[in-house]
Design a protein around this ligand. Sequence first.
Ligand code: SAH
Ligand code: SF4
Length: 442
Amino acid sequence: MNFADSEVVASIMAEVGVETTNDEMEADIIFINTCSIRDNAEQKIRNRLKHLRHNKKQNKELTIGVLGCMAERLKKQLLEEEKLVDIVAGPDAYKELPVLLREVEDGHKAINVMLSLEETYAEIQPTRLNSNGVTAFISITRGCDNMCSFCVVPFTRGRERSRNPESIVAEAQDLVNKGYKEVTLLGQNVDSYLWYGGGARKDFDKLTADEQKSSISFANLLEMVAQVDPSLRVRFSTSHPKDIHDEVLYVMRKYDNVAKHIHLPAQSGNTRILEKMNRTYTREWYEMKYNRIKEILPECSVSCDIITGFCSETEEEHKDTLDLLRKCEYEFSYMYFYSERPGTLAARKYEDDVPEEVKKRRLTEVIEIQHEIAIKRNAAQVGKVHTVLIEMQSKKNANEWMGRNSQNIKVIFPKGNFKMGDYVDVKIERSTTTSLIGVAVL
Ligand code: SAH
Ligand code: SF4
């Protein structure tokens, strides 16, 4: 999401004649787009800022801006704590960056952390950064209206709003015209996408009958993007289990070019913890959703996010998470130990009482199980043929391509006469935890 936002920022800056460079010593302005989701994400930024002292010494005119969630969370405090920072801009203030830069030129520090109910940057054509020319992100919603008790996102990214579908389809079409072959529709909770002509999102049942009739749901939007071009593979992320409906699954089934992969974060396998996390579903509901996906789309892969050691989690409750992992056999998971975020519901209401070593040990157990599952799942693909979209040269071998199958698993195979952006049928010969290795079927 930050990557997509940086592309919006690059486009806004290009409008005022500022170009991007890959050489940071050459830069006159350095913007760091930040994440606040866990404490270590913020620590990384603090370290990064320490390194930038060197840049500032070399170039006294260098302007340093901190953008995104950490800017939003810390606001003025960031300017006080990190003396070399000149600009602090929240996720809804990117259009103001040229103005903020002028303030810095006039010798002031500059800050804008206003959140918006409307801003979606719909009309901005992102400048693709370090692009492979094959895959690209398209933001479809901003912010989040869920209040998961552990999560800082609603505070740093503001209220959920959906982007005008015409601008999304136009962006997809533009990418096709430029030769791109895959788009990923991005939002914190893509399935709650809702456009009814008025901009900011409202609950469906609060719309008038007319608005309901003409509104566009995520299933409608997915279909619109799928229809842009049959050779454009369409992905989306993230799906909140409470909001993914059968209609979305039917659209996925109807269109070959909609990738068969759903990122469906569970966070925990225990109902009491889920309730405390305010995820609004139970373990049983989650499994029901999972089963429904597999029923309608048997070949669909499902991936997950897990948090270990959330407030008051017992050993038994942790075991429920391990059990969920074994049951669902996710293709892959993003796994973390709980990191208390200031200002969140959990920070205010619950004690962060699971000792760090226990959180980490539980995380290791989760990772080990996920690892075993991935090995087993990938090994089961040996002998099968997968359609792979070539994304880049393999990092390990210049004679091999790396691409992904529809299920979002990496596939490596000899280059032959293929090129980036080709769809190739690859027969899998062996596998590792993270990838499938094979040869093209001619
Ligand atoms: N909107 C997505 C998640 C976005 S944040 C969703 O609801 O699924 C990405 C992931 O970071 C979350 O799924 C969660 O697993 C993790 N995360 C969020 N807050 C966290 C915290 N305080 N500590 C540890 N992990 C956290
Ligand atoms: Fe955070 Fe929950 Fe929103 Fe995801 S759905 S961004 S975890 S509040």
